[in-house]
Design a binder for this molecule. Structure first.
Ligand SMILES: Cc1cc2nc3c(=O)[nH]c(=O)nc-3n(C[C@H](O)[C@H](O)[C@H](O)COP(=O)(O)O)c2cc1C
Length: 195
């Protein structure tokens, strides 16, 4: 493993771009972490519709950017070392493709590779309500080794902004990857709150 940890961040066309932005910033702030970014075409559309951000904003925080059609890019191969992959937000379409092992675009192929190499794969699915197909796909992905990090931020820390809600999910994603984050301490881990 290189000293620098590569993390693959994939944006797909579900609502929830503030989560992806919080993640991109947290990964950029994590020492020794290099973000490799893939955005689906639908993700670019949703980003445009629901935020003031552009893909260039994300690209500025990344070491490398790939298009979803670059099936010959490094993350398509298991020999490319990577500390883990996060699909955030994860559309139901991409969830279905990943749960079915389809590798028709680089996001789905890289997720498939991540699972076969037994590296951490974190999916942040977003839809409501879920139908049976969505839930079955989450279970299939989970049983294949993925972690379903639902876009369900807690409210017990009394968030005052969308950014704080998004940071909640970003912090959990970095925790799951074993990466340092300063967005949120663990429950009751604030200074002086220990036992
Ligand atoms: C504004 C907008 C919001 C969307 N939100 C969601 C969503 O929250 N969840 C979802 O599964 N699909 C959502 N979609 C539909 C997906 O973008 C669509 O299924 C797309 O084909 C997903 O492609 P991808 O998985 O390659 O990114 C949304 C589409 C648009 C235009």
């Amino acid at each position: 493993m290189p000293a620098t940890k590569r993390v693959l961040l994939a944006l797909t066309g579900a609502s929830g771009m503030p989560y992806a932005w919080a993640l991109a910033k947290a990964l950029a702030a994590a020492p020794g972490v290099e973000t490799h970014l893939i955005a689906s075409e639908a993700a670019a559309k949703v980003l445009e519709l629901e935020s003031d951000l552009t893909l260039d904003d994300f690209a500025r925080l990344a070491a490398r950017v790939y298009s979803q059609n670059q099936l010959d890019a490094a993350p398509a191969s298991g020999s490319w070392r990577c500390a883990g992959m996060i699909v955030c937000p994860c559309s139901m379409a991409s969830l279905a493709a990943i749960a079915s092992g389809l590798g028709h675009n680089l996001i789905h192929r890289a997720a498939d590779v991540t699972l076969k190499e037994r590296r951490p794969l974190i999916l942040t699915p977003r839809e409501t309500p879920f139908n049976r197909i969505h839930m079955e796909n989450m279970l299939r992905a989970h049983d294949a080794g993925a972690t379903i990090l639902a876009a369900c931020p807690g409210f017990y820390h009394k968030p005052g902004s969308i950014a704080e809600l998004a940071d909640f999910i970003a912090a959990r994603a970095l925790d799951l990857l074993g990466l340092p984050q300063t967005l949120r301490p663990g429950w009751k881990e604030e200074e002086g709150a220990g036992e």
